[in-house]
Design a protein around this ligand. Structure first.
Ligand SMILES: [Zn+2]
Length: 657
């Protein structure tokens, strides 16, 4: 074994730098409370590398604190003062309070030193790689950096380590001849801080691939969308690949590499690459919910080694499953040292949504990067897809999205995957076909059944309803919808009035912000009259709309409302879907037939009506934006005049149930 190593070492003779320093472990929660970004992360990496004999094959360097003068170009005076002093005695009584005012930040006596060491260490390896003393390097640092903004610590990040090092090489060490740097941010979260720092700078091509879900995934804003391409001379030098859903894995990342990053890197021709190497997109990560394998990371890295003569600096960002984190870093070290990926394989088929995102990014950036202008062959993008996971912007979920969230679903299963040896991560062809068949069966079956979806709220305005089919948002919506898998428009639209009560309840939604949203009393009453706009769609589309109205994420490997449910609802009038219990619109109500096609709507269940009556859940008038949308629906649908529509809403908002 040793002979093999020394042989390969003499053959390649790569000088790979490595930095680790136990002092960066002193940054931890002040009360000892568990936190995903904890010292054991870098300890686990170091232990794994040591046990595999990696440090002996590397140039191990000492961590260095960054000097303030090199931090100032990137961070504001106030921010630097805060981070420099926050761990000193004078802040003992105020430290927790200051941290609590920041977004997802804790601070203790060790924070300042760790922040300076993290930034300084990335600078140190970057300088040595730029000089050519090292071929490449990995700085195992914490706290991470890519969320830290010019004037603000956030998302577990104090200083933006990668931005500080990039600025240092370009502006403080011009004699080293590094004029163009490619930053690849493969952390599962968007590198918001880094993006802003080089927004107008064409010397830095910032590329980030991350979960976005139309702005609902941390940091939960639009900064990470693919339309954010940089500005002025920096236009085109900022590339975001925003995932529409979680569970992206090797095939999704590699498709992005092959069809966006690598072609652009060829044209940009960087002098050096810095990787914001978060491993929270790794399989089993409790925050990321994606499934990149160590093998996947090694291929992603290997593909980047072709550029900048292999001058690659890796700086640790996130990564919260210790096994997965350590195994992934180890896989990358093997590539840096040997220039060959570790053994393994991954399934070949990206999600359908992955192709959609790739095409959108290519189109957005084709004016700047002609290599992206060609349309991808249909044969490629329509190849078999894995089961689609729809992540919706549900009206039901009123929670704020503060801080990276821990996902609970299927974590156990994912962790099991991590614990398997790499060779076992191979997915055989048969199991693919099985998945693909199951996936296609229910969708193609239900795509042949037509239903009327009876809308009674903002969906009565067609452009708003189409967001649930085609994706996107209309004016007044604070976040876009993901859309349905089948994006074809409704085959027919008609209006009706039905003997049911319309009312407005709850006081906040993710889509519309403060204000109530429309509900429909599931029981009929001849005294009542509600307008409904009927859209003739497929039962498959109805399922995707049900999902978007109720929960934020669900694996659509089986339908929520199938043929059996359809048959039973036509007998029982109303059926409450167990699987969507958390949502507000999981009660599917049958309203008879039109042209012999069943009419379905979705609303709250009868027990919720009691809560609305008792005041346990508030009745609440809608926000202006929501009301406007509803009025537009009624007016454009020629049901009511604007005044009548306003009065209709007014009555539904105030009359007790
Ligand atoms: Zn992250």
């Amino acid at each position: 074994m040793e002979e093999v190593i020394s042989e390969s070492k003499s053959k390649t003779d790569r000088r790979v730098g490595l930095i680790y320093d136990e002092r960066m472990c002193r940054h931890c929660t002040p009360d000892g409370e568990h936190h995903p970004e904890n010292p054991n992360r870098i300890r686990a990496i170091w232990k794994k590398l040591e046990s595999a004999g990696i440090p002996q094959r590397c140039v191990v360097l000492s961590a260095k604190e960054a000097e303030d003068k090199y931090i100032h170009p990137v961070h504001s005076k106030n921010h630097v003062n805060l981070i420099r002093n926050i761990s000193s005695k004078q802040f003992d009584s105020r430290r927790n309070k200051i941290a609590s005012k920041l977004n997802s930040i804790y601070l203790n006596e060790g924070s300042s030193e760790a922040a300076y060491l993290a930034a300084g260490s990335v600078m140190e390896v970057a300088e040595r790689v730029a000089k050519g003393e090292l071929n490449s390097a990995f700085a195992i640092v914490r706290p991470p950096g890519h969320h830290a903004e010019q004037d603000e610590a956030m998302g577990f990040c104090l200083y933006n380590n990668v931005a500080i090092a990039t600025n240092f090489i370009l502006n403080e060490r011009p004699e080293l001849g590094i004029n163009k740097i490619l930053i690849v941010d493969w952390d599962v979260h968007h590198g918001n801080g880094t993006q802003k720092m080089f927004w107008k700078d064409p010397r830095v091509l910032f590329f980030s691939v991350h979960r976005h879900e139309f702005g609902s995934f941390y940091p939960a804003n639009d900064d990470g969308f693919y339309t954010k391409i940089g500005e002025g001379p920096g236009a085109g030098y900022n590339i975001n690949v925003p995932w529409e859903n979680g569970r992206c894995g090797d095939p999704d990342y590699l498709a992005v590499w092959d069809h966006i990053l690598i072609p652009v890197a060829k044209d940009f021709n960087p002098d050096m690459i810095i990787i914001s190497a978060g491993f929270d997109a790794a399989v089993g990560d409790p925050l990321g919910g994606c499934c990149v394998s160590p093998y996947g990371y090694s291929i992603m890295l290997k593909k980047l080694m072709e550029f900048a003569q292999g001058k690659i600096v890796m700086a640790l960002e996130g990564g919260y499953n210790l096994d997965s984190l350590a195994n992934s870093v180890f896989a990358c070290m093997e590539v840096l040292l040997e220039d060959k990926p570790i053994i393994g394989s991954s399934e070949p088929y990206p999600f359908e949504s992955t192709w959609r995102v790739i095409q959108a990014v290519r189109q957005e950036l084709s004016a700047f990067w002609p290599t992206l202008a060609d349309k991808l062959p249909k044969k490629l993008t329509s190849s078999k897809a894995r089961p689609y996971i729809l992540i919706s912007s549900s009206d039901s979920d009123g929670e704020n999205n503060e801080g990276p969230h821990i996902l609970s679903e299927n974590i156990e299963a994912a962790v099991q995957n991590v614990l398997q040896p790499f060779s076992e991560l191979k997915v055989d062809e048969d199991s693919h076909d099985q998945v693909a068949t199951v996936f296609n069966t229910w969708r193609s079956e239900l795509s042949k059944i037509e239903v009327w979806y009876a809308s009674f709220g903002s969906n009565m305005w067609k452009p708003r309803f189409l967001c649930y089919v085609e994706g996107g948002q209309v004016e007044g919506m604070q976040k876009p919808c993901s859309g349905s898998v089948d994006r074809s428009p409704p085959r027919e639209i008609l209006w009706k009035s039905v003997p049911h009560r319309l009312f407005f309840g709850r006081d906040h939604t993710r889509t519309w912000g403060p204000g109530g949203v429309a509900f429909f009393h599931p029981e009929s009453n001849t005294q009542d009259k509600a307008y409904v706009c009927l859209y003739r769609i497929t039962l498959e589309q109805f399922n995707d709309i049900l999902l978007q109205e109720n929960v934020t994420s669900y694996d659509m490997s089986s339908p929520l409302f199938d043929l059996t449910a359809l048959n039973s609802v036509t007998n029982k009038q109303s059926i409450s879907l167990e699987v969507l219990k958390r949502g507000w619109y999981h009660n599917v109500v049958y309203l008879g037939k039109e042209h012999d096609v069943p009419i379905l709507t979705m609303t709250c269940q009868l027990s919720d009506i009691e809560s609305f009556k008792s005041g346990k859940v508030p009745l609440h008038p809608p926000s202006k934006e929501y009301a406007n949308t509803l009025v537009k629906g009624l007016v454009e649908g020629k049901q009511l005049s604007e005044e009548e529509a306003m009065a209709y809403i007014q009555e539904a908002s105030t009359k007790p149930l």
